[in-house]
Ligand binder design. Structure first.
Ligand SMILES: CC(C)(COP(=O)(O)OP(=O)(O)OC[C@H]1O[C@@H](n2cnc3c(N)ncnc32)[C@H](O)[C@@H]1OP(=O)(O)O)[C@@H](O)C(=O)NCCC(=O)NCCS
Length: 163
């Protein structure tokens, strides 16, 4: 399995099938997909060339209170926050490590770009996946129409955490 940068549109079939099956594929793109600095990663099955896991990441301030969350940033330093969206593995291949590979690549990308933390609006059924990857929940759950209950989750990019 290779994980590499892919055009956002190459992630749309999995976004649609796994995350937004009740919507039209025309509703799958995000406005951030076409913006500079947005990165979409795909896990590519070597044998078939198929994209089997995806995630998109871009700079966006985190919706958590840095002081209350115990974020150890220096005075006057705003956390360089990146938002993870549309993390999904093809349904028949879930639970085989593909999501972890994609997420590791996302975290490495954010680290290379100088990011301090990564956050997402996590579907509650995926909390365990993110917790295994070092994310913590923040605040209360809320319900997104069609998509169900969500909670903010976030984690440090390690080099910053050590300072
Ligand atoms: C969440 C998702 C992306 C994880 O991808 P995956 O390829 O199945 O994940 P992995 O196989 O790499 O799993 C990594 C670890 O997380 C665990 N895990 C995976 N999904 C989990 C879940 N929903 N709840 C709890 N643990 C989970 C795995 O058991 C594995 O644990 P291990 O390291 O102890 O073996 C995938 O299940 C998915 O697409 N789900 C539906 C879409 C979705 O909810 N996306 C998240 C939107 S916020």
């Amino acid at each position: 399995m290779d994980v590499e940068l892919i055009p956002a549109a190459a992630s749309y079939p999995i976004r649609h099938a796994v995350l937004r099956p009740s919507q039209s594929i025309d509703e799958v793109p995000f406005k951030e997909d076409g913006e500079p600095g947005t990165a979409t990663f795909g896990a590519i099955d070597r044998a078939s060339g198929a994209v089997v896991g995806v995630a998109t990441v871009f700079r966006e301030p985190a919706p958590l209170d840095a002081a209350e969350a115990g974020v150890p940033l220096g005075a006057g330093h705003e956390a360089a926050a990146w938002r993870l969206r549309a993390m999904a593995t093809r349904e028949d291949l879930q639970g085989q490590g593909i999501g972890s590979l994609v997420l590791d690549t996302v975290l490495a990308h954010v680290a290379a770009e100088g990011g301090d933390l990564v956050w997402c609006n996590a579907r509650v059924h995926a909390i365990g996946f993110y917790q295994r990857a070092g994310f913590e929940t923040w605040g209360d759950e809320w319900v997104v129409p069609i998509h169900g209950p969500h909670v903010v989750m976030w984690r440090w990019i390690e080099p910053r955490k050590a300072t």
